[in-house]
Write a protein that binds this ligand. Structure first.
Ligand code: ATR
Length: 264
């Protein structure tokens, strides 16, 4: 029986096992997908199990997307440019790191009736998934990306990777066409203490969080007359791409898949 894991810390919240195991069943693949909580010291040994073929593939989540890189033999161009890996596979004896968050985010945005080309994007947060989002937005030819993070240094560090960023102090606000919540604020019903009311309507409020379905950030955006979207499709599409890499099959994305992830 093939074995797959999502590795992170914390990991309890991850819905990856639910989705991948559902697709295994649908595609009659004899495999099991589980969560593995580890610390930084445990990373190397988990990854070596892929090389030894005891594990067939790994998804990587916070806070390890960058930290896994020294243990891998090769990176895809996207993983290289973002220094962020979320999918590991053994390829001709080489441990290969991929980034499927970029395509996950891109597909999720293209699925919306909102063209980001030439638009001004305001990102809140500078955590694990943000390099992938910036990379994807640049490819989609946005005109400007402004980023604000509680720990300013982390936003500034991103500037060495992506030169076209503007940095804003945490708590300040700037006009935007699309705003992305990439912080963990909202996972536990927290609000983001910013006044979005002065910028008019018809913007896109996007939250990486999909559980709860509507964070206070999205509720506020909706109340002010904006379009809103949560991170569910991004999550599904990144899993879809990982599934394709591991099994060579494109799994179904339909109402059942979406319902599967309705946790609240
Ligand atoms: P990591 O930072 O380990 O990659 P993450 O879940 O990807 O983890 O990112 C968490 C994000 O939410 C970070 O941008 C974090 O800001 P800091 O860099 O200052 O830690 C942000 N965040 C978490 N709690 C927050 C809070 N109470 N107020 C503002 N931002 C917060």
């Amino acid at each position: 029986m093939k074995k797959y894991f999502v590795v992170g810390n914390p990991i309890d919240h991850s819905l990856s096992p639910k989705l991948h195991n559902f697709w295994f069943k649908e595609n009659k693949i004899k495999a099991v997908y589980d969560k593995k909580k580890t610390n930084e010291k445990g990373l190397e040994s988990v990854i070596s199990e892929v090389k030894e073929k005891k594990i067939n593939g790994i998804n990587v989540t916070v806070p390890f997307k960058k930290l896994v890189i020294p243990y891998l033999d090769k990176l895809s161009p996207e993983a290289e440019q973002t220094q962020s890996v979320n999918t590991i596979i053994l390829n001709n004896k080489n441990l290969m790191g991929h980034n499927t968050d970029i395509i996950g985010f891109t597909k999720a945005i293209k699925n919306l009736n909102f063209n980001v080309e030439g638009k001004k994007i305001f990102i809140l947060g500078a955590g694990g998934v943000v390099p992938s989002i910036i990379f994807a937005l640049n490819k989609m030819n946005v005109s400007k990306i402004i980023i604000s993070n509680r720990t300013k240094k982390k936003a500034e560090n991103l500037k060495s990777q992506f030169h076209n960023l503007d940095i804003l102090n945490w708590g300040d606000i700037v006009e935007f066409d699309m705003i992305i919540n990439a912080t963990s604020l909202g996972l536990n019903k927290e609000s983001i203490n910013l006044d979005f009311s002065k910028f008019g309507r018809n913007k896109l409020f996007y939250d990486i969080i999909y559980n709860p379905t509507e964070t206070n950030f999205l509720k506020e955006g909706k109340k002010l007359g904006n379009k809103i979207e949560n991170g569910k499709l991004m999550f599904i599409y990144q899993a879809f791409e990982a599934f394709k890499l591991w099994h060579g099959i494109e799994p179904n994305i339909n109402a059942d898949t979406l319902k599967l992830l309705n946790n609240d």
